[in-house]
Design a protein around this ligand. Structure first.
Ligand code: ATP
Length: 141
């Protein structure tokens, strides 16, 4: 099975995940990384999305928001993010409602209806919602 690497996913509020895993697929600022034990040390900003965590030969998704870092050491991967959720913690209806709200805001921007809308904020909310939905959906497959 190969040597495992520790994965810690931490937010300012809680430790979301802390286990030995076979591999983590994560997106940093430079693109997607497949991280195994003994990876070269690296620190990069974390991108909103879904971490794929290989445990017991199965990929398990964890939704992460931005605002933090992915830190890789040979024996430990740490993801520090504003928010992170395991798929079983995600309220799908809430994520779908958040996605709709963000879509509506961005549509109003497209139609130049409301100059007070913060586009970057709406896009980030949309990406968080989409990551949560993807995490739930990939868990079902
Ligand atoms: P919403 O508009 O629904 O609050 P959001 O993307 O603005 O969504 P965040 O600010 O990213 O929410 O998160 C606030 C807190 O709520 C965090 O603790 C986060 O883990 C949790 N959270 C957000 N959305 C969900 C969800 N769909 N299911 C479970 N927990 C969620």
């Amino acid at each position: 099975m190969g040597t495992q690497v520790r994965l810690k996913v931490v937010t300012p509020e809680r430790v979301v995940y802390d286990k030995d895993v076979q591999m983590v697929v994560a997106r940093g600022a430079e693109g997607e990384l497949g991280i195994l034990f003994d990876h070269t040390p690296l620190v990069t900003p974390i991108i909103i999305g879904v971490l794929k965590v290989k445990v017991d030969n199965t990929f398990y998704p964890i939704a992460v928001s931005g605002g933090g870092f992915l830190e890789i050491k040979p024996d430990q991967i740490t993801v520090l993010a504003d928010t992170a959720e395991l798929p079983e913690e995600i309220d799908l209806d809430r994520a779908e409602a958040a996605k709709r709200r963000a879509e509506e805001r961005l549509a109003r921007v497209e139609r130049a209806e409301d100059p007070s809308i913060d586009v970057v904020r709406a896009q980030a909310a949309m990406q968080r919602a989409m990551a949560r939905i993807r995490a739930v959906e990939s868990r079902r497959n």
